[in-house]
Design a protein around this ligand. Structure first.
Ligand SMILES: Nc1ncnc2c1ncn2[C@@H]1O[C@H](COP(=O)(O)OP(=O)(O)OP(=O)(O)O)[C@@H](O)[C@H]1O
Length: 304
């Protein structure tokens, strides 16, 4: 059987990985480099099949590095922090990975989150990032779309920009560590390439994720550059007004965000500091249900 997708020019046949045959079904998503299909295994499992063409800007070595890092993380992960890597198939023009299927992402459930859920997913994110960092890997592209959900639990996906580190202080060219613009730390948003440390980049991205989850919207600055008005205002730490998207963020979250979304990496919170913060440690409570207009007027934002 064949699944032809004319828009994205991807034709996938049944593939065999290990001793299992996987039949591609619907297209689940499409990133900068890959097209991801839902697939059915001959062992009755449901999987995700990520197909990547080998191209000059996504060469064979890069894709294989993504596979190896993801596989290594998947093998040592006993707690389910990352999407499981099942296997891989190499073709002359493409590489196909077979992954655990995760039906939702933080991006697809945004708008419906309660403060308790926001805290649950943020805690799972921080624990997952701590896990990969402790295994000497930085993700470098954490975003709502790359944080998938399976059985209500957050799983880190897409290791396409991940880096293996020899030491925590190892530096990489900023151009190799640029993920999704809204989630990128200021040190990689500069025009001239510089050397950057990858762990604080992941911490910054977790801050943007928390900011968006708390608001139940994708509102955040376009890029962390002072030329971008909203970011400039954030950096200036002026008192926020109703026109700032962070205006309604509750104090405990805001205190933590100020420490995470800190341009100076020597002052930026570490994962340990985040885990020791009052917001991380103290359980959020479900909002008190009110009847009538007060509840209706509070709109899509998580209510505190
Ligand atoms: N394991 C999975 N289960 C279900 N859906 C998935 C899975 N992996 C990826 N997807 C879907 O496919 C989309 C693209 O996947 P992925 O981010 O891995 O591709 P990419 O080309 O590397 O993307 P990017 O542009 O972020 O680099 C995801 O946003 C998600 O919607």
């Amino acid at each position: 059987m064949e699944n032809k997708n004319v828009n994205f020019d991807v034709t996938l046949d049944v593939i065999t990985v290990g001793k299992i045959k996987y039949t591609p079904e619907d297209r689940l998503g499409c990133g900068a480099f890959g097209t991801v299909f839902k697939g059915r295994g001959s062992d009755k499992t449901t999987v995700a099949i990520k197909h990547q063409y080998i191209r000059p800007d996504n060469n064979r070595a890069q894709i294989l590095e993504e596979y190896r890092i993801h596989k290594d993380m998947s093998e040592v992960d006993k707690a389910g922090f990352v999407v499981k890597m099942i296997g891989m198939l190499k073709n002359p023009k493409s590489i196909i990975m077979v992954l655990e299927f995760a039906p939702e992402s933080l991006h697809t459930i945004l708008g419906k989150l309660t403060p308790v859920q926001v805290q649950k997913y943020f805690r799972q994110l921080i624990n997952g990032v701590e896990f990969i960092h402790s295994n000497h890997v930085a993700h470098c592209d954490l975003s709502l779309k790359n944080l998938l959900l399976s059985d209500g639990n957050l799983k880190i996906a897409d290791f396409g920009r991940a880096k293996r580190l020899i030491s925590e202080d190892q530096e990489f060219p900023s151009t190799d560590c640029r993920g999704t613009p809204k989630f990128c730390a200021p040190e990689v948003c500069v025009r001239e390439p510089v050397l950057v440390k990858p762990f604080p980049l992941d911490v910054w991205s977790c801050g943007v994720v928390l900011m968006q989850l708390t608001q139940n919207s994708e509102d955040s600055w376009r890029e962390a550059r002072v030329q971008v008005q909203e970011y400039d205002k954030w950096v200036a730490k002026k008192k926020s007004t109703g026109s700032d998207f962070w205006y309604n963020i509750p104090p405990a979250v805001m205190n933590l965000l100020r420490k995470i979304l800190e341009a100076d990496i020597s002052k930026r919170a570490t994962i340990i500091e985040i885990k020791n913060s009052p917001y991380f440690k103290k359980d959020e409570k479900e909002p008190i249900k009110r009847s009538g207009a007060a509840t209706r007027s509070s709109g899509k934002r998580a209510r505190y």
